[in-house]
Write a protein that binds this ligand. Structure first.
Ligand SMILES: [Zn+2]
Length: 94
């Protein structure tokens, strides 16, 4: 008898959810705050590896929609390059 297995990412999501860590799987459904102030898009740079987060571009490959303000990027999001936390990023002017 063949047991139905959850896809790997679902298992990971469940594991993280149980651990209270949250996960990208859920965050992709996270509704952005419609009352966010309409300030101009900013860029944030990872101080560890130099990866740039552009608010107008977002990080679609990482589950962050284009136009997502830095403040609305989940606190448990990490740098796609080096896994640094948000606190390791600094706003930069380009
Ligand atoms: Zn980084």
């Amino acid at each position: 008898m063949v047991q139905t297995q959850l896809p790997v990412y679902d298992k990971l999501a469940l594991t993280r959810a149980k651990a209270g860590v949250g996960c990208r799987y859920n965050e992709s459904h996270f509704k952005t705050n419609p009352t966010a102030d309409m300030t101009e898009p900013k860029t944030w740079m990872c101080l560890i590896c130099g990866w740039i987060y552009d608010e107008s571009a977002g990080a679609p490959d990482d589950g962050i929609a284009a136009g997502t303000p830095w403040a609305q990027v989940p606190m448990n999001w990490v740098c796609p390059e080096c896994k640094a936390r948000k606190e390791d990023f600094e706003m930069v002017q380009i």
